[in-house]
Design a protein around this ligand. Structure first.
Ligand code: NA7
Length: 542
């Protein structure tokens, strides 16, 4: 790369996933100078890194796509209902080409530190290549599930076979033919990759700490007529997405799961199960997310399905989760439960026999050692905060973000945090983000941030920062809403429960993307209510 990083820009954007790409486009349209730093060698973020076999999105392609360009919507041809990682990455690359984005993106470059200068009211951003860029605004477009984690057991580097993490999969195909493979973790990445790896490998042993609720995806190629329909109706569809709960339009439920007969309830769950849509399951009744007894009916339905599919009763029982449906991220799969009927697949329930260590040969649990040729870690992420707190971010007065968030993240609207002027987060903690169709949430945040910057420039304002009371009220509001739901009943990464020592607070806003958007729009319409806006300080140079 022969380009030099500019010394000073209006905006530094960290990350060239769906957020950073669209933000760069918006900033250019506003004639602002911007530079994007990206650790990977190309655009795509999540879809650049997570190349494991079977990786797919679980929101339908026609909905999991940008809405900002009607030309893009019309010209792009999605192939599958739930596209594979390569197909989504191709889409991201197409967008980068079409809007000439790579020109302002520095790849293979990781932002290591960002410090706010109180006097100059600018950010100084540093990279692992020794670059130092000054910017008026810093936007962390770093993703919610991007800082991966490994199991916290000894011996990880003792193993002499091949090791993989689903979120750092090699770019070349991995061939498991003839191999004995151990797979640790049964979240979405495990659930998607296990059937594909099992079809290739000589043997697969799955180490499960917590089972997932998974629905068959019923994936298929899209029909030309449904693509044409969507293309003809995109504007109305986008509007419905933005006003919905999960960023996916659905007919609202009208009945409690407890007011209908067993037959009617099972019929409704059956429709959701057959539909291959998680949102259809979660919204089949009005009270699944808030009432334990109602949720238990969904749980029993899925347990029954698992027992019908999985032949060995003990394996089936081990695959049945106990926490309420939807309180950990549910999964969409292709042949997940069926895979446990294969002779070459074996499930180890870590609740009975916990992981002890990784050895030279493989994995040791409390009762025995398993020998493998390869180990796959599908062990997830330090979600929502990991990518933010692992950059050395220092705000006003040199105060560190990591320290400030020691007892859990505190934001106003999930977009910014008191003490960190002119720093924005795309889909940060306190926003719906991971509880929604990500692309919908990303576009909303990017638009809000770009509009805010435009407003500040138009009004001669140099700094924007949440007022402490407004932030406290937002944090209370986010907690209040999750308190009405069953979400806090599960040990999920929504709660920080998967990372030892991480504070246990429910991080996303659970009130739905439609309600959330209304609140963000109101804040902007009222002159950025809850933010303190300051004109250029007399101390700063002209
Ligand atoms: P997830 O959903 O966080 O899944 C990680 C899995 O790994 C999960 O089953 C964990 O069990 C398990 N895990 C994590 N640490 C350990 C240790 N130390 N020992 C044993 N098992 C462990 O990550 P994914 O990559 O699958 O999916 C992330 C998101 O991507 C997904 O939700 C969708 O939004 C798309 P646990 O449940 O913590 O007991």
């Amino acid at each position: 790369d022969s380009r030099t990083v500019p010394a000073s820009v209006d905006v530094v954007v960290v990350g060239a996933g769906f957020s950073g790409m669209y933000l760069l486009h918006r900033l250019r349209e506003m004639n602002l100078s911007a530079v994007v730093f990206e650790a990977g060698t190309d655009v795509g973020g999540t879809w650049y890194w997570n190349r494991y076999p079977g990786a797919r999105v679980d929101v339908e392609s026609l909905a999991y796509s940008y809405s900002f360009s009607e030309e893009l919507e019309q010209e792009y041809e999605w192939q599958e209902r739930y596209p594979t990682q390569p197909e989504i990455l191709r889409y991201a690359q197409h967008v980068a080409d079409r809007f000439d984005l790579r020109r302002d993106i520095f790849f293979r470059t990781r932002v290591t530190a960002a410090a706010y200068d109180d006097r100059d009211e600018t950010w100084l951003v540093r990279t692992d290549h020794g670059d130092a860029v000054t910017a008026r605004f810093l936007v962390m477009a770093t993703g919610c599930l991007s800082h991966s984690k490994l199991p916290e057991i000894p011996g990880l580097d003792r193993f002499t076979g091949a090791t993989y993490h689903t979120a750092h999969w090699p770019h070349d195909d991995v061939d498991f033919t003839g191999m004995r493979v151990g797979i640790i973790g049964t979240g979405s990445s495990g659930v998607q990759s296990i059937p594909v790896i099992a079809a290739q490998a000589a043997g697969v042993t799955v180490f499960q700490r917590t089972p997932a609720y998974s629905l068959p995806a019923r994936n298929r190629r899209l029909r030309p007529d449904e693509i044409a329909d969507m293309k003809a109706n995109y504007r109305a569809f986008r509007k419905a997405q933005r006003e919905s709960g999960f960023g996916v339009p659905t007919a609202p439920a009208t009945k409690s799961a407890l007011e209908v007969s067993d037959e009617e309830r099972d019929a409704a769950f059956e429709v959701a199960w057959e539909s291959g849509s998680l949102v259809n399951l979660l919204t089949a009744f009005t009270d699944l997310a808030v009432d334990q007894e109602a949720n238990d009916t969904a749980k029993r339905f899925i347990h029954r399905k698992i027992h019908q599919i999985v032949e060995d009763p003990r394996t089936a029982a081990d695959l049945c989760p106990e926490y309420p449906v939807g309180t950990k991220r549910p999964c969409l799969d292709t042949d997940y439960y069926e895979t446990y009927n294969r002779e070459n697949v074996h499930l180890v329930n870590l609740r009975r026999t916990p992981l002890v260590e990784v050895t030279e040969k493989g994995v040791r649990t409390s009762d025995k050692e398993y020998a493998f040729d390869a180990i796959v870690y599908a062990t997830g992420f330090d979600a929502m905060t990991g990518a933010l707190t692992n950059v050395d971010i220092c705000g006003r007065g040199g105060v560190s973000l990591k320290e400030t968030w020691r007892a859990g993240p505190r934001t106003y609207l999930g977009i910014s945090s008191a003490g960190f002027p002119n720093m924005f987060m795309i889909t940060g903690p306190g926003s719906p983000s991971v509880l929604s169709n990500m692309v919908v949430s990303i576009e909303q945040h990017v638009d809000w941030v770009a509009d805010a910057i435009e407003y500040l420039d138009r009004h001669g304002i140099t700094t924007i920062e949440p007022v402490q009371q407004a932030q406290d009220a937002w944090v209370d509001h986010v907690n209040l809403i999750s308190g009405f739901t069953l979400y806090p009943k599960a040990n999920s990464w929504y709660m920080g429960a998967n990372v030892p020592g991480k504070p246990q607070v429910f991080m996303p806003y659970a009130g739905g993307v439609g309600e959330y958007r209304k609140k963000c729009d109101e804040v902007a319409a009222h002159g950025y209510e809850g933010f303190s806006l300051s004109p250029k300080s007399p101390a700063s140079p002209a």
